[in-house]
Design a protein around this ligand. Structure first.
Ligand SMILES: Cc1cc2nc3c(=O)[nH]c(=O)nc-3n(C[C@H](O)[C@H](O)[C@H](O)COP(=O)(O)OP(=O)(O)OC[C@H]3O[C@@H](n4cnc5c(N)ncnc54)[C@H](O)[C@@H]3O)c2cc1C
Length: 393
């Protein structure tokens, strides 16, 4: 019987025929040969932190990349870093710091693999900060033809690779623009949600990074956080409540150990607060018993073909649910609200959209993305059933 392979939350499972770990390009090539001989579809995984069925692969091959690691290479003059695909962000940012650099922004956690981050367009918060995919300068990919390509050799390939959903081939390493290392000053506090909402736009404008969480706790408290560059050095600032200074890569991530699932939509910045209030009203109705928080963040516009922040200033709103509670009825209702605000789903989180809806959202970008995919992988070796269901016919 085939083994079960699940994502981090344990809610997305499949039964691949083969699970294989790769540590280098030769092993990657062997895996591709094996899969083609046996007519198995391939999905490659990183830290399995995505919440959508991106890598489900019943009867196919799952390639794990925890061993696809090695030294990072910093180009000080160009201010870029090349990182093996399987390295986790935590490790990469530490090494980067030792070399004098930081990522300009990071998301909530730093446990993801480098390839997983760019496959799903991971973002943090900050209205001047686009997603990590915008910082991608090159991606090295082993394609279905068992050839290693450099995405930067061709404009279209690079555009597809910077947010690639894992369907172009096995990502071996990626090159990012980085910035001289810096310290961050974190300030977190609690505040009545209505008071906070009244000054959210100012907080977004005045701080490099701002976000808040709200959950239905009966007292209407919001948990807000700002991060701003600081000259350092690390300082616990014991005299100031909820504040400290440390290295950027230490301050950006938080601990998120409680297993959950999540839906996140990007909406135009101007509608962010109104959309949030609609989601809040839905939760307060109490039909769905949602005790998990709603998260509100911002992302700068970017021009990625299938980036949720494509061409617009963005607010991202995330809803969560514990893994032992039902989430689908709530998520489906929340999704209707997000869509009414022209929302675009996060690629690594739950959504229920079909190919027509995604094509409607991304238009020519969706077509261009899949044109590159078909060119690199005409037989769809890297396209699982789920991705087939979304691929344009
Ligand atoms: C607790 C938690 C916190 C999160 N916080 C944030 C956040 O702050 N911001 C945000 O935007 N998202 C966030 N996410 C979502 C998550 O970061 C993304 O879904 C990300 O893709 C996960 O990276 P991963 O390494 O786990 O990738 P996986 O989930 O393993 O895979 C994701 C995709 O990457 C592809 N892939 C992985 N490795 C390779 C490879 N070597 N070659 C080709 N394709 C590959 C897979 O095929 C798949 O399509 C969070 C998720 C969790 C569970």
């Amino acid at each position: 019987m085939n083994p079960t392979f699940s994502n981090w939350s344990g809610l997305i499972t499949s039964k691949p025929e083969k699970i294989l770990s790769i540590a280098n390009i030769d092993q990657a090539k062997e895996a591709v040969n094996y899969a083609q001989e046996k007519d198995l579809r391939i999905r490659t995984v990183g830290a399995t932190h995505s919440h959508s069925p991106l890598f489900t692969n019943d009867g196919g091959m799952i390639i794990t990349t925890d061993e696809l690691i090695g030294p990072i290479t910093v180009d000080e003059e160009k201010q870029t870093v090349t990182i093996p695909a399987g390295i986790k962000l935590k490790m990469a940012t530490r090494e980067l710091w030792e070399n004098g650099f930081s990522f300009t922004n990071q998301g909530d956690v730093d446990v993801q693999s480098i390839a997983g981050l760019i496959a799903t367009g991971v973002h943090g918060t900050g209205i001047t900060h686009p997603s990590i995919s915008s910082h991608v300068k090159d991606v090295s990919i082993l394609t279905a033809g068992n050839t290693r390509i450099r995405a930067s050799d061709n404009y279209e390939t690079l555009e597809a690779a910077r947010l690639n959903l894992g369907v172009l081939g096995i990502v071996l390493d990626a090159t990012f623009s980085v910035t001289p290392r810096f310290y961050l000053h974190e300030h977190n506090w609690q505040e009545n949600i209505e008071d906070l909402v009244a000054r959210v736009d100012a907080l977004v404008a005045e701080n490099d990074h701002f976000e808040f969480f709200w959950n239905v706790d009966g007292v209407e408290t919001a948990y807000a956080k700002t991060l701003n560059p600081h000259e350092g050095p690390p300082d616990p600032l014991p005299e100031l409540k909820g504040q400290y200074v440390d290295r950027a890569h230490i301050v950006f991530p938080s601990e998120r150990t409680m297993k959950h699932t999540e839906m996140e939509y990007s909406v135009p910045f101007e509608s962010g607060l109104e959309c949030f209030q609609q989601i809040r009203t839905l939760i307060r109705k109490g039909t769905h018993n949602i005790l998990w928080p709603v998260e509100y963040r911002t992302v700068a516009p970017d021009n990625g073909w299938i980036s949720p922040a494509r061409d617009r200033k963005t607010v991202t709103i995330s809803v969560h649910q514990g893994i032992t509670e039902p989430h689908e009825p709530f998520f489906r209702e929340a999704e209707q609200i997000f869509l009414a605000y022209d929302g675009r789903p996060h690629w690594g989180k739950v959504h229920y959209l079909d190919r027509e809806q995604l094509s409607g959202i991304y238009g020519d970008g969706w077509e261009k993305f899949w044109d590159v995919q078909r060119k690199l992988d005409p037989k769809g070796v890297f396209v699982n059933e789920y991705m087939q269901s979304l691929q344009p016919r």
